[in-house]
Design a binder for this molecule. Structure first.
Ligand code: BG6
Ligand code: MG
Length: 219
């Protein structure tokens, strides 16, 4: 195992925006007559905005027009942007800064691979934009997670081979994307939901690249 680069998901990995997405979608789902639950939400994590709405419409058995879908997508994003208005460096998740510092001191390349079209804006808000060699977001890919495109592009930008990249993900769709890209995957969250990951922990706190490599080695 020779890890030369780490590709981070954004929402739910670097910053705690996953709950904001959930509550914004809950409001949209309610309008379609669906009580969006945690179980539904796990399936939305890492999935693009438009594909998320398609899933919600299916669960709600709703057959709304394309024009209505566009309105709901805009409404969801406005609701989401309102709720993250005060997002700042205080919302960086525990352990992120120490882990980034550890990676920098070891000379690894760092990237973000996110399905979000708001990724750059959010990274700027939390003061992390300049810490990454590459930021690949939802505006830069034709297919979003679980398709591996976002991670393959990030590796290409850094000039690293897939087998030398470690992906850090909190979403089942993202874990799948990382494995399809042929990369190592560190899952953050429930191991039953992220069972394709090479290792799974509850967060980044307390880990260094060496301790993670050791854990993956013995897994
Ligand atoms: C992912 C989130 O990172 O981005 C999803 O996990 C979200 O919940 C997706 O739907 C798209 O985000 P945005 O900001 O473009 O609506
Ligand atoms: Mg995520």
């Amino acid at each position: 195992m020779n890890i030369k680069a780490v590709i981070f998901d954004l929402d739910g990995v670097l910053t705690d925006t996953a709950g904001h997405h959930y509550f914004a979608w809950k409001e949209i789902a309610f309008k379609l007559g669906l009580n969006l639950t945690h179980e539904h939400n796990e399936k939305l994590k890492g999935v693009s905005r438009s594909e998320s709405l398609e899933l919600i419409c299916n669960w709600a058995n709703s057959n709304i027009s394309k024009a209505d879908k566009l309105k709901l997508l805009e409404e969801k994003n406005n609701r989401y942007l309102e709720s993250i208005e005060n997002l700042s460096a205080k919302d960086i998740l525990p352990g992120v800064t120490d882990f980034l510092n550890d990676l920098d001191s070891r000379g690894l390349s760092l990237a973000v691979g996110s399905s979000s079209k708001n990724a750059r804006f959010i990274l700027r808000k939390i003061g992390l934009e300049r810490r990454f060699t590459a930021i690949v977001d939802g505006n830069m890919v034709a297919k979003t997670k679980p398709d591996p495109e976002v991670f393959i592009k990030a590796a290409e930008f850094m000039g690293k081979a897939a087998e030398n990249c470690l992906v850090v993900e909190d979403a089942p769709a993202g874990v799948q994307a990382g494995k399809k890209a042929g990369m190592w995957v560190w899952g953050l969250g429930n191991p039953a939901e992220l069972n394709l990951a090479d290792i799974c922990t509850t967060g980044l706190q307390g880990f260094t690249i060496d301790s993670i490599k050791e854990l993956m080695h013995s897994a």
